[in-house]
Design a protein around this ligand. Structure first.
Ligand SMILES: Nc1ncnc2c1ncn2[C@@H]1O[C@H](COP(=O)(O)OP(=O)(O)OP(=O)(O)O)[C@@H](O)[C@H]1O
Ligand SMILES: [Mg+2]
Length: 343
C-alpha cells in the first residue's frame, strides 16, 4: 500500500538535500527554541533571559531535549557563523577529570572575545561553555569548576547538563539556575512523530504509533530512532505493530510467561535452563527484566509483601546492570528472587 502522505503528495526530498542521509535524530534535531516540544516553562524562562543568561543546569531523563535546547539557544544568540568561536561544547563523560577543567575549560572561560565582525552589536558579550553529561565529572573536577564559574562569569556562562542531578555537588547547583526537563508526554510525542512521518512519507497503522509511544516511555530520541529503523524494515509498506516490536526488541509474551512459569516450578535447574535459552535467543537482558517485572505485578500468585521483596531485588539488579554486570546472571538473579517470593 502506498504511503498516505505520498498519496497526498505532501513532500518529497531532493537528492541534493544535505540532510538526506543523516539519522533522523540529527535530521530532526530542533534548530530553534520554537521547535523544542514539551518544555514550555523552561523555554519561557530561557527566552526571557536571553540578554543576560545565568549559569544554567539542565537536568532530566534522556531524550527530552536538553542538548538540543542549549544548542538552539546558542544558535539564536550568536548565529551559525559565530557558534564555533563563542561556544565550547565538552562531553564531560569523555573529559571528566580535573585537568580538563583546570586547563581547557579555564583557558576558554577566561579568554576575551575578539571582535566579531558585523554581528558584534546584536550579539551578547559572553561565551557559553556547555558541559554535557556533567554528572560524570569527578568530584574534584566539580570543585575546581565552581571557582572558574565565579571568577569568569562576566565573560563566560556555563550550561551544565545531566540526567542525575543528585550527582552534582550542592556548590555547583547553587551557582546555577536549574531547568528541569520533563519526559515528553503522549500528545507531544505523537505530534513530533507524526510530523516526521509526514516529512518522510511514512505510512503506519495507528496501533503501531501507539506501540512506539508506549515503548519509548517519554524518550523522544528513542522513539525517533526506532521509527527510523522501523521505516527501513518495511520500506514500501505501512509500519505495523510487529515491526515496531521487532525494532524495539520487545520480547514475545509466551517467552516472558515461560520464564515466570519456570520460577513457579521452584526448580533451579528449570529456571537456569529457561534463562539460558532466552539469553541465547539474543533478547536483551534489560528488556527481559523490565517485561518480567511488569508481568509479575499482575500475577495473583504473588502477594503485596512479596512484590515489595522482588522490587527491592530489582533495584540491586538494575545497579549491577548499569555497572556492567553479566546480563544472563542478572536475569537469573531476578527469576530466583521471583521464585522465592511465589506462593
Ligand atoms: N523536546 C524535544 N523537542 C524536539 N525534539 C526532541 C526533544 N527532545 C528530544 N528530541 C529529539 O531527540 C534527539 C535527542 O535530543 P537531545 O540530544 O536534546 O536529548 P537530551 O535530553 O540531551 O538526552 P540525553 O540526556 O540522553 O543527552 C533530538 O535530536 C531530537 O530529534
Ligand atoms: Mg544530551
Amino acid at each position: 500500500m502506498g504511503s498516505f502522505f505520498q498519496d497526498q503528495g505532501v513532500r518529497f526530498k531532493s537528492a541534493k538535500d544535505s540532510t538526506l542521509n543523516l539519522p533522523w535524530i540529527e535530521k530532526y534535531r530542533p534548530k530553534s527554541l520554537n521547535n523544542i516540544s514539551a518544555q514550555e516553562d523552561t523555554l519561557i524562562t530561557l527566552k526571557n533571559s536571553k540578554d543576560n543568561l545565568p549559569h544554567m543546569l539542565f537536568y532530566g531523563p534522556p531524550g527530552t531535549g536538553k542538548t538540543s535546547t542549549i544548542l538552539a539557544l546558542a544558535r539564536e544568540l550568536f548565529g551559525p557563523e559565530l557558534m564555533k568561536s563563542r561556544v565550547l561544547e565538552l562531553n564531560a563523560s569523555h573529559e571528566r577529570g580535573i585537568d580538563v577543567i583546570r586547563e581547557r575549560v579555564k583557558n576558554y572561560a577566561r579568554s576575551f572575545i575578539i571582535s566579531d565582525s558585523d554581528r558584534n552589536n546584536q550579539c551578547p558579550g559572553f561565551k557559553i561553555i556547555i558541559l554535557d553529561e556533567a554528572d560524570s565529572l569527578t568530584k574534584d573536577a566539580q570543585e575546581a569548576l565552581r571557582r572558574t564559574m565565579e571568577k569568569y562569569s562576566e565573560l563566560t556562562r556555563f550550561c551544565l547538563i545531566c540526567n542525575q542531578i543528585s550527582c552534582i555537588i550542592p556548590a555547583l547547583k547553587s551557582r546555577c539556575t536549574l531547568f528541569r526537563f520533563k519526559s515528553i508526554g503522549i500528545d507531544n510525542m505523537r505530534n513530533r512523530l507524526t510530523y516526521i512521518c509526514e516529512q518522510e512519507g511514512i505510512d503506519y497503522y495507528p496501533e503501531a504509533m501507539d506501540e512506539l509511544i508506549k515503548d519509548s516511555q517519554g524518550d523522544l530520541r528513542k522513539a525517533i530512532s526506532w521509527l527510523n529503523n522501523a521505516s527501513k524494515l518495511h520500506k514500501d509498506d505501512r509500519v505495523t505493530v510487529d515491526t515496531i516490536k521487532e525494532t524495539v526488541g520487545i520480547v514475545p509474551d509466551d517467552i516472558i510467561n515461560g520464564l515466570i512459569e519456570s520460577a513457579a516450578s521452584k526448580s533451579y535447574d528449570k529456571i537456569q535452563e529457561t534463562v539460558n535459552d532466552v539469553i541465547a535467543s539474543g533478547y536483551f537482558g534489560k528488556q527481559v527484566i523490565e517485561q518480567v517485572f511488569l508481568k509479575v505485578l499482575q500475577d495473583l500468585r504473588i502477594n503485596e509483601d512479596h512484590k515489595c521483596n522482588i522490587g527491592e531485588s530489582l533495584g540491586i539488579i538494575d545497579k549491577r546492570l548499569v555497572d556492567g554486570g553479566c546480563e544472563l546472571f542478572q536475569v537469573l538473579s531476578l527469576m530466583c528472587a521471583i521464585s522465592k517470593n511465589m506462593d
